[in-house]
Design a protein around this ligand. Structure first.
Ligand SMILES: CC(C)(COP(=O)(O)OP(=O)(O)OC[C@H]1O[C@@H](n2cnc3c(N)ncnc32)[C@H](O)[C@@H]1OP(=O)(O)O)[C@@H](O)C(=O)NCCC(=O)NCCS
Length: 222
């Protein structure tokens, strides 16, 4: 993987018993207004996971940039909705003293963990996406029909049980990493994103991410 890529896995399971979304600090950081508004529309467990992930991402960016995390302002961007501090969804980013920071960021939550990725000194037009998944979540009939391209279904032929679920997760994380890299997300039909051979995609083993070995992860850089 690219030497500029920084990965960090954070266990957020302890922080997700928070009873309700509000302006209290999460992980020592006060959520931004757009983050608090989005959290307020979620059920309590989801809000706590959301805010814990956002706090972990802000701390991660501050550590990489060597600036105080509380001085970073979230600045998300979405191909449909635009960009700026009022946007609560889309591709993550930050400003520092009003200027966009020179760092590509991506993140995913899975199984009580958040996986964070940062790319320092990005070239113009470079894009980053990352994803993580618990294979147990994909252990249901019908996954292949809604998620996979024909050649991907063929690649799974003969697999069953845990090895099937793990290979599904490998393909799924590659798709989501790709769709976060492009910024389109699941507005694009995942069956149309064939991920067996894309050179921009890399599977990320647990010893590269710090995630538990039960989880599967992938990154897209291009
Ligand atoms: C990208 C997407 C597939 C990830 O969903 P998921 O599996 O539930 O969540 P994950 O934990 O893997 O990743 C969530 C993170 O992906 C990132 N992300 C979300 N949308 C993104 C996009 N369009 N481009 C790049 N990254 C994106 C964010 O950092 C998000 O973190 P947040 O919840 O703190 O905002 C999903 O959010 C999606 O399809 N989004 C596009 C559609 C959309 O947002 N529509 C509404 C507004 S137009």
């Amino acid at each position: 993987m690219d030497a500029r890529l920084v990965l960090r896995a954070v266990d957020i399971s302890a922080g997700i018993s928070r009873p309700q979304a509000d302006q209290r600090p999460v992980g020592g950081l006060v959520p931004g207004q757009a983050e608090s508004l989005r959290a307020a529309a979620m059920e309590p467990g989801a809000a706590a996971r959301f805010l814990a992930g956002r706090a972990a991402l802000r701390r991660f960016a501050g550590d990489i940039l060597d600036v105080p995390a509380h001085k970073l302002t979230a600045a998300y961007s979405c191909p449909r909705c635009g960009a700026g501090p009022a946007l609560s969804h889309g591709r993550p980013g930050f400003t520092y003293h009003g200027q966009p920071v020179p760092l590509l960021l991506s993140m995913a939550r899975a199984g009580g963990w958040v996986l964070l990725a940062g790319l320092t000194s990005p070239a113009a037009g470079e894009r980053l996406g990352i994803d993580a998944e618990d294979p147990a979540r994909l252990a249901f009939d019908g996954f292949d029909a809604v998620a996979l391209a024909d050649e991907e279904k063929q690649a799974l032929a003969g697999l069953a049980g845990p090895s099937l679920f793990r290979e599904r997760a490998r393909l799924w994380t590659r798709k989501e990493a790709w769709l976060k890299m492009t910024g389109e997300g699941l507005r694009t039909d995942p069956r149309e994103v064939a991920v067996l051979d894309k050179p921009e995609l890399k599977d990320l083993p647990a010893n590269a991410t710090g995630l538990p070995a039960s989880l599967v992860a992938a990154a897209a850089l291009g």
